[in-house]
Write a protein that binds this ligand. Sequence first.
Ligand SMILES: Cc1ncc(COP(=O)(O)O)c(C=O)c1O
Length: 353
Amino acid sequence: MSEFLSARYENMKPYVPGEQPKDMQYIKLNTNENPFAPSSAVAKVIKNFDVEKLRLYPTPENKELKVALADYYKVEIENLFLGNGSDEVLALIFMAFFDKEKEVCYPDISYGFYPVYADLYCLKKNEIAVNSDFSIDVDAFIKTEKNIVIANPNAPTGMAISAKEIEQIVAANLKRLVVVDEAYIDFGGESVTGLVNKYRNLIVVQTFSKSRALAGARFGIAIADKKIIYDLEAIKFSFNSYNVNRLTEAVALEAIKDEKYTQKCVKEVIKNREWLSTQLKNLGFEVLPSSTNFVFARTNEINGYELYAELKRRGILIRQFNKERISEFVRITIGTMEQMKTLVLEIESILKK
Ligand SMILES: Cc1ncc(COP(=O)(O)O)c(C=O)c1O
């Protein structure tokens, strides 16, 4: 840290994403990426992209993309906010709507970026404990007076609550904001994008990093009431006056249009997830019910960190969190069937040792 850093950031601990080591070729099951390539329409648009266009700034409103998204989500373009990944969208939501008076709460076991944003904006970290089965405590969120951020399905547990439960939370207090982070929604959750026209206090955040295999393009969106989108854009355009870059705009447009391919990949991931869950259970693991593209599992045979470290030695990366209540667990991203079979063979061999 230099002596120039503002005192308010002295204790900042940035979010640590899953590692990307370069020392060997790993089977990468640690960052919940899609194991399949983006749509061939995405490849085509990149191949034919007119590089000359990069000389020019993107159009400020990304109209063509917004029109396609509005059509897909059945909302108006004024209900849509575009960002460089949903992380950026979430960061701007925290910045725009939460402060010392307008406090926010989120589950104690959830996406690790929420407490980082809370620190970044000097907010109190109000955490609501998940139940003993790791499900979200819906009643506690119904009762709280604070603004709410919930990942549904939740990460790293993979567990979902129903759209009806989310609606109960949203309807229980119309004076507070409810942000639903639907990063993994396409793998088995019930989306509440359809409720944004009914509730002015709901923001739904989605990403193209998971089901649409565009993590590298950094594209995420928020869907909400027009006034909320207006506020968010006012904040965003106060430090970057462009939504997303031209290349991201082009690939996101193709990805949203190729729903057939997205669904094909999602189906395959779900099939592989169910297969892996069964295999792990047969090996004695407890596997939480997953509605995502990863599973969260633990066993009494080996602790979470040792399993992670042993698999890494064998060329497979998974994720383990050094955090109370969940340090015994490992989070495994669903890959191709071939990757899943290799993983199970390696886990079998580790357990035999
Ligand atoms: C729950 C959750 N929300 C948001 C994100 C951010 O995704 P991105 O910034 O790639 O859109 C992630 C990434 O893993 C996530 O797990």
